[in-house]
Design a protein around this ligand. Structure first.
Ligand code: FEO
Length: 393
């Protein structure tokens, strides 16, 4: 059976990787897709490839539509191996294929796979005629790597956006309107937070370029195709790119003997009394990627940890190392926790928070386990929540 078409003579030849749960540290409970599209025209053109272990299935998908020898162009929007892994085998089996790529992408591809490809380097505004169809190239550097590019199919008004607008969300349906909208937008937010947050300040400029194009579809390289909710996802990217802050407080904590948990619950109560929404996560029941997804739009965050051997609990270390890479600049934050004869967790957490660009506020520390300090913890939560409310005024 032939692959699905997303428009006339445009085939979905990508891969649904239902079982992957870890994408370089990003936890993916709904799996990952590596989308690739085949445009059949006077010149046949493939948009992106897939992760290397799926090469055989991928080549079979293409071969159901055309012979590999009939492939004229392969657009490589991004060289990260989830999209380029099948390039070497494709080059060997499709000897007539020219690989269309940015100069940066060419450099990266040669480093990854050797100088074995017939390249055509493109830059912003370049076009490529396939017959009835014409492609337009729009580099989007750092969304997600320096080489990243989007390719626009003029006649059908389809933007092949690669990582931008993606979601790690496996489904046998291809379009946004066939899916649970809440899950779709949650996964899009989670994707932005975990992949694109460090480059968020580049998003407004990218959006201004893309919004100049009439769009019937945005077909990313991960997850569902946007067709009915294009305006909404563009608006969300605009919000996320400008670090919008809701009146929500995130509390992420880990506890050794329950003292830090008592503090977390009292702080939570105090903050809720001030009128903010509170989301509370113990780190042994929530993964880093989930917390980061919620943090993207939260107004502030409190990190709590017991002191273990003069430092923070290991899973708090994991979260803060992950966040240091994402650089959530300007987000209100403070640390709290408990210690015995010697502190250390709070100092360690605050060092990471400063290094991550958080707007670090005074924290709350308690010796051994809290008893009469719980009222003060409630007050601490209340006052921190007022700061969250204040920043939106
Ligand atoms: Fe989906 Fe940056 O690769």
């Amino acid at each position: 059976m032939k692959p699905f078409t997303i428009a006339e003579n445009i085939y979905d030849v990508g891969i649904i990787d239902w079982t992957t749960r870890d994408f370089h540290g990003y936890v993916t409970p709904r799996g990952v897709t590596y989308n690739s599209y085949l445009i059949v025209d006077e010149k046949n053109c493939l948009i992106d490839t897939v992760k290397k272990p799926f090469t055989e299935e991928f080549l079979r998908n293409i071969s159901k539509v055309i012979n590999l020898a009939e492939l004229d162009y392969v657009v490589i929007n991004h060289v990260e191996p989830d999209h380029s892994g099948a390039m070497p085998e494709l080059a060997a089996l499709a000897p007539n294929a020219v690989f269309v790529i940015t100069q940066q992408g060419k450099n990266e591809a040669i480093q990854h796979y050797g100088d074995i490809f017939n390249f055509m380097v493109v830059k912003e505004g370049d076009t490529l005629t396939l017959g009835k169809n014409e492609l337009y190239f729009q580099p989007l550097p750092m969304l997600h790597w320096p080489d990243s590019m989007a390719t626009y199919l003029k006649n059908e008004q389809i933007l092949f956006s690669n990582d931008a607008f993606g979601q790690h969300y496996c489904t046998s349906k291809r379009f946004d309107h066939d899916l649970d909208k809440d899950i779709l937008f949650y996964e899009a937010q989670k994707y932005f937070a975990n992949i694109l947050w460090p480059y968020a300040k580049l998003v407004p400029r990218a959006l201004s370029k893309l919004q100049a194009l009439p769009l019937k579809m945005i077909a990313p390289a991960h997850g569902a195709i946007w067709s009915d909710y294009i305006e909404e996802i563009l608006m969300k990217y605009s919000e996320w790119g400008q670090a919008s802050k809701s009146e929500t407080l995130l509390i992420a904590y880990e506890t050794m003997w329950g003292g830090t948990e008592k503090l977390a619950r009292s702080i939570s109560h105090g903050a809720a009394t001030a009128g903010v929404s509170v989301r509370l996560f113990r780190l042994n029941t929530a993964d880093n990627s989930q917390i980061v997804a919620e943090l993207l739009t939260a107004g502030g965050v409190l990190f709590g940890s017991s002191t273990l051997n003069s430092g923070m609990m290991p899973n708090m270390g994991s979260l803060l190392v992950y966040l240091k890479g994402l650089q959530p600049k300007g987000k209100l934050a403070a640390a709290f926790g408990t210690y015995g004869w010697n502190g250390g967790a709070q100092k360690g957490m605050e060092e990471y928070m400063h290094a991550s660009g958080f707007d670090v506020q005074s924290g709350f520390n308690c010796k051994w386990t809290p008893t009469f300090e719980l009222d003060a913890a409630e007050q601490f939560g209340y006052e921190f929540a007022l700061k969250i409310k204040e920043q939106n005024r």
